[in-house]
Unconditional design. Sequence first.
Length: 468
Amino acid sequence: MGHGAGHEGFLSILLETLRGSIEWGANLDPHLILYVFLPILIFEAAYALDVHVFKKSFLNAFYMAGPGIVTATLMTGGCVIAIYSFGWGLSEWNVGTRNLGLYIAMLFGAVVSATDPVAVVALLKELGASKQLGTLIEGESLLNDGTAIVAFVVLIGAVTGASVFTVGSAVSGFFVIGLGGAVVGIVVGLVGVAWVKRVFNDPLVETSVMLITAYLVFYTCEHFLHIEKFDAGVSGVLGLVALGLVWAGMGRTRISPEVQHFMHEFWEFTAFVANVIIFIVVGVVIALKVHPQPIDYLVLALIYLTIHLVRVVNIVALYPIMRRTGYGLAKKDAGGVWWGALRGALGLALALVVYGQAPEMQFTVKDGGHGYTADSKVFFVDADGKRELLEDVTLTLADAHSESHDNAHGESHDNAHGEKHEDAHDKKTPAWPSGRGRFLQRSSQWTTRRCNGSSPPSRPSETPPPDR
């Protein structure tokens, strides 16, 4: 009897620990995933490339990852706008204030445009497909990840209000953020290669140096080289791509011959673990925090078709140039490039970052004003006194809160404070509203930029009397 009870107690503890672990994983900071796992994934993919083949395939990869990512973001974002404009779903994204709905749609386009064809490249190797095709798909994916995350940084700044979006700032952001990261990756890579050259047949030291340079490049780009204009650092992803190519090129001959096999096995294993963890975390978040409605499945189907159609349009548009560049591109290989653009860990990691940006704006009026109703309008006032109506805002009046407050405290509350408190409380219960707006940003960041440029207001007291 006691033995069985002990087993039940152990099982309950085990299940409770497992439940706590799952909940902990669902609440991980998305930036932690980016900073811990992304350097491994990007560097491993770049280090595994055949540099000689990549050089001849570079222009074709660039066409798909440069102009291709821009057109893919625009077309995918346009389809998302069409979906919520026709009432087929995503109605909460249809926010007209400061073109926020447009920015959200384009941000989604940037997130789903990042490709990760790890499984496709492995399958091509098993089937004995040409090395040129596999290198083109993998090289395009690397450059694609870099440009997609640059587009993500520019657009997330517009959505959260951290920066003002203009076409000029977007173009300059692509060049400054992208090229800045590449330069950092090359410089750190050359230093790391020179260091390893002085070490012979020591797998621990040589692997440690390579691992250190990967994280050093990413942290330096993303954290230390911060650009105020874009409220972001230079591209750590493109920095990792440049670093990986330096190690895969001139660095390969500096690594001890006995260590090279171990090095490839080490990076392949760590990339596998990072991929698995990211997919598990995203699965847990979806299972615990996402409650899809029937219309959401229709939206998923439409988006799935959209990203494939967008890919076809890009390949068809760029095919006349690509078939004359580098190794060229045969028609049968073009089909492989189209179908091989799977989405993977990077897109999921970026989606987690967006999810962590607090998808609602909330505020409370603590004092001032009277006569609010559920139909009252809410405005923001900038530093110049210009008013802007906030759309899709639902007001909850404080009367309901007061009533629930009284019920919760009951008779003990009345006995403790007496009639004097009740009289004072009745005089101080005008209908202060609290609000909730369906905006994809942190309220503090958005309010800071839109109101006075320095600090968020404690309440929207600058708003004019409500329109009824």
